[in-house]
Design a protein around this ligand. Structure first.
Ligand SMILES: [Zn+2]
Ligand SMILES: [Zn+2]
Length: 324
C-alpha cells in the first residue's frame, strides 16, 4: 500500500543522459534541476493522489513529533530493537535479499515470518515492495524507474510515493514483476492485512509498557517503538533509493548511477553498498571489500551455519566480484 507508485503513467519526461538540459557551462544547473523535479512531480500527478500512502506517512511523521515529550529508556530500547527487527530482518534480509532477489532459500514459515516483519516496517506489503524494486532494477535510472534521482533528489527520496496511477496499474505491476508472490497465499494474506499487524504491535507495546512500568511508559513505547521507529526506518530505506544513487564511490561500471555510500551502508545494515548490489543483484553479499560492513550478509551466514538458509548466492557463477 505505501510503496505504491509504479509511475507507468508518469510521462517519459525524465531526462536520460542524452536528454539532460545543460547549463552554459556544460553541467546541469541547480535551477534547471529543481525546475525539472517540480515539473516532473506535477506531470506525474494525473489528478489522483495516493491518499492511503499520504495519510499513512503523514500520520507516522506527526506521531513522531511527540518523541521529546514521551522519552523513556524502555521506549528507546523498543526503538532500537524494532529498528533491527523490522529494518534489518524484515526489509533488508526478508523483503530485499530473500523475497525480491532470491539470494538464499529458507523454510517457508521463516520466509513468511520475515515478510510479516518487513510489513511492520511500514513500507507496504511484500507484493508491492518486491514489484517496485524489481522494476527499479530493470529500469535503473532510465525512463520508467519508479524512483530515480535523475528526476530530482526529493522525488527519489519520497515524493514518488505521492501520485496514484490507479488500481489497475498497481495490479498489472504486481502481476508483471511479482507473479511468484501472487501465487503464495500467505503473501496475499499479509498484503490484505497490512494495517492489522501494525495495530496489534502498537497495542502490544502499550500494554507491555503499561503493565511493566505504568501508562506513561506504555505511551512512550508506542511513540518510540512505532512512530519514531517507523519514520527512522522509512527514511533509512529511502536513502538507499536517493543518496546511494547520487553520492559515494563506484566499484563497478554499471549502466545506472548507483553508488556505495558508507553511512547508508551502516544505517541500512549493508544496503548502502548499492553499486555492488546493482552490479551483482542476486549476490547475498553486498559489501565486497573487507571493510564494507554488511550486517545482513553476516546474518545470512549465521542462518546458513544453523541450517536455516541454503542455496546462498555467495558469488554469481562465472563472475568475480572485486578483490578483497
Ligand atoms: Zn538502486
Ligand atoms: Zn535490489
Amino acid at each position: 500500500m505505501v510503496v505504491a507508485t509504479p509511475v507507468d503513467r508518469r510521462p517519459q519526461q525524465r531526462a536520460g543522459r542524452s536528454g539532460r538540459r545543460k547549463s552554459k557551462t556544460g553541467g546541469t544547473s541547480k535551477a534547471t534541476r529543481s525546475t525539472r523535479w517540480v515539473a516532473n512531480y506535477v506531470h506525474g500527478w494525473t489528478g489522483k493522489l495516493d491518499w492511503r500512502s499520504i495519510i499513512w506517512l503523514g500520520l507516522v511523521h506527526v506521531g513522531a513529533l511527540a518523541a521529546p515529550f514521551t522519552f523513556s529508556w524502555p521506549g528507546l530500547v523498543a526503538f532500537l530493537v524494532l529498528y533491527f527487527v523490522t529494518g534489518c530482518l524484515g526489509i533488508t534480509l526478508g523483503y530485499h535479499r530473500l523475497i525480491t532477489h532470491g539470494s538464499f532459500k529458507t523454510y517457508r514459515p521463516l520466509r513468511w515470518l520475515l515478510a510479516l516483519l518487513g510489513g511492520l516496517a511500514g513500507e507496504g506489503s511484500a507484493l508491492m515492495w518486491t514489484a517496485i524494486h524489481r522494476k527499479h532494477h530493470v529500469l535503473s535510472d532510465q525512463p520508467g524507474d519508479p524512483h530515480s534521482p535523475r528526476d530530482g533528489a526529493w522525488w527519489s527520496h519520497m515524493l514518488w510515493l505521492g501520485p496514484h496511477p490507479g488500481r489497475s496499474v498497481h495490479r498489472a505491476l504486481v502481476e508483471h514483476y511479482a507473479p511468484d508472490l501472487l501465487r503464495d497465499r500467505a503473501m496475499v494474506f499479509l498484503d490484505r492485512t497490512f494495517l492489522l499487524w501494525h495495530i496489534l504491535l502498537g497495542l502490544g507495546l502499550y500494554f507491555l509498557g503499561h503493565l511493566a512500568w505504568g501508562p506513561a511508559v506504555g505511551v512512550s513505547l508506542v511513540v518510540w517503538g512505532m512512530f519514531v521507529r517507523l519514520v527512522w526506518v522509512l527514511h533509512v530505506t529511502w536513502l538507499v533509493n536517493s543518496a546511494s544513487h547520487m553520492w559515494g564511490y563506484r566499484n563497478y561500471e554499471t549502466k545506472d548511477d548507483s553508488r556505495n555510500l558508507w553511512w547508508v551502508g551502516l544505517l541500512a545494515f549493508g544496503e548502502g553498498w548499492h553499486n555492488n548490489h546493482h552490479a551483482f543483484q542476486r549476490m547475498a553479499r553486498h559489501g565486497h571489500k573487507w571493510w564494507e560492513v554488511d550486517l545482513t550478509y553476516y546474518i545470512i551466514l549465521l542462518l546458513e551455519r544453523l541450517g536455516l538458509a541454503w542455496n546462498v548466492v555467495h558469488r554469481p557463477p562465472g563472475r568475480r566480484p572485486a578483490s578483497h
